[in-house]
Write a protein that binds this ligand. Structure first.
Ligand code: PMV
Length: 337
């Protein structure tokens, strides 16, 4: 049976991937650094069925079947996944049909990147079910083609995606394992509305911002600071660097053509609250924001409860999700179908 089930964690970037040098290959404009999450993950089962001789003849090929969180996908979302299945078929040199069932343990549009965990799980499960034995680095390159940030979810803990210059060199590598530092991502959900512009669309227009070259030029020392801060488990060094890059990325987004304004009023309420808690109450908590309105609060374990308690008092916070660092993809014995 050509079937495999894999669980992969999402990841939160401390230094962001924003903008592509090559949209077909998803080659980024810089390195990025993230933490793979333990408690925000996707479980995906992939089964490959050999097409019958009849189906290989006159009858049109049956399309792949893709079910995400209980909903059968069609249109553009299905197309993106079928394109990825095609990459796997090409590698294995088969024309088999895929059945894919995938489940996120976190609500869609909660501001956690389901494309990162989703494409990581799909890549690993799909390849293993085909009998392809690829190294984590090869799998990272392959996952990158589906969604850039997915290449980082091929490893657990703290991970750096090397910009690279072609398909094989643009891959993630582990910096430190999950057990290195009990750092938490506390997600303040302030809006569940689907975003108007996908990150794929955003990456393509990043270069239209006059601020984009300045942000990219600012990254080498910032990446060095983040690497050193993670190594030393020093939140007071990590925090300012991640806030700076999140704000720089949103500056690029806001000044692109077309302009992308992901923030909602609730976003600003949380940003100001975080700085107030830090300055007035000495809480060691810092923020980062992906391509959406929700705010990720980064802190060490002892600050999680005080942060959650304070977030619960804010009018615009609808939901709070908490996750520490987690492992890379794990193969599961139980299949989803
Ligand atoms: O992998 P994508 O195309 O969904 O892009 C992710 C973009 C950010 O989440 C904003 C930043 C990042 O590095 O994860």
């Amino acid at each position: 049976m050509h079937k495999c089930t894999v669980r992969a964690g999402s990841n939160i970037a401390f230094i962001k991937y924003w903008g592509v040098a090559d949209p077909a290959l998803n080659l980024p404009l810089s390195n990025s650094i993230s933490m793979t999450l333990a408690d925000a993950y996707t479980v995906t089962t992939v089964a490959w069925e050999e097409r019958s001789a009849q189906a290989r003849g006159e009858a049109p090929d049956e399309p792949d079947e893709i079910v995400l969180d209980g909903v059968q996908l069609d249109g553009a979302t299905a197309q993106r996944i079928v394109a990825h299945l095609d990459r796997l078929r090409a590698l294995a040199q088969v024309n088999w049909r895929a059945r894919v069932v995938s489940q996120n343990n976190f609500p869609a549009a909660a501001g956690i990147a389901s494309s990162a965990s989703g494409f990581a799980a799909l890549t690993v499960a799909g390849c293993r079910a085909l009998g392809l034995e690829l190294s984590p680095t090869r799998l990272s390159a392959l996952a990158r083609r589906g969604s850039g940030s997915a290449c980082r979810s091929l490893f657990g803990g703290f991970v750096e995606w090397e910009q690279g210059h072609d398909d094989t060199t643009s891959v993630a590598r582990p910096l430190f394992p999950a057990g290195h530092w009990d750092l938490y991502d506390v997600v303040a959900v302030v809006s569940r509305a689907a975003k108007a512009v996908s990150s794929a669309g955003g990456h393509r227009v990043a270069a239209t911002s006059p601020f984009n070259p300045a942000r990219i030029a600012s990254l080498p020392p910032l990446l060095a600071t983040v690497r050193a801060a993670i190594k030393a488990r020093d939140i007071s060094r990590l925090g300012p660097a991640i806030e700076q890059d999140a704000l720089a990325m949103h500056g690029v987004m806001m000044t692109s053509t077309p302009s992308l304004l992901y923030w909602q009023p609730g976003t600003l309420e949380v940003l100001h609250a975080v700085r107030r808690w830090r300055q007035e109450e000495g809480l060691a908590v810092y923020f980062t924001i992906d391509a959406g309105p929700n705010v990720h609060l980064i802190c060490e374990q002892d600050q999680v409860d005080p942060v959650v308690q304070r977030l619960q008092q804010l009018a615009s916070v609808q939901q709070i999700l908490v996750s520490g660092p987690g492992p890379g993809p794990v193969e599961l014995d139980e299949h989803l179908f």
